[in-house]
Design a binder for this molecule. Structure first.
Ligand SMILES: [Zn+2]
Length: 108
């Protein structure tokens, strides 16, 4: 299994961030961006195009803040629907709800 397939399996074939079911054209994201010192292995996760393009080179917490601010401007819009059948503020990513990272990860 290559890294791409491992990442897909890790998140049960769903986007690591929003939980959407992935198609074959899923993308691979670095949880900790390469520009901030992240490398491969467990740092690689499968995600949808939207999440990858929203996250860019942000950390998880920066990404969370970005989504929360997007939702403020998009209540009931596309972004809201994507991330929030959940809650308006302080939502959890799919990987948090499913505890995909176990206890081995910090918040950064
Ligand atoms: Zn996603």
């Amino acid at each position: 299994m290559n890294n791409r397939q491992k990442a897909f399996k890790l998140s049960n074939g769903r986007c690591f961030y929003c939980g959407e079911t992935l198609n074959d054209d899923y993308e691979i994201d670095h949880i900790i961006p390469r520009s901030k010192g992240g490398s491969g292995g467990k740092n690689l996760v499968a995600c949808c195009k939207d999440c990858n393009s929203f996250k860019t080179d942000l950390t998880i917490e920066q990404f969370r803040e970005k989504i929360e601010s997007m939702i403020e401007n998009d209540f009931h819009g596309r972004i809201y629907k994507k991330y929030f059948g959940i809650r308006r503020k302080h939502f959890n990513f799919y990987f948090e709800k499913e505890n995909l990272m176990g206890d081995g990860w910090g918040n950064g």
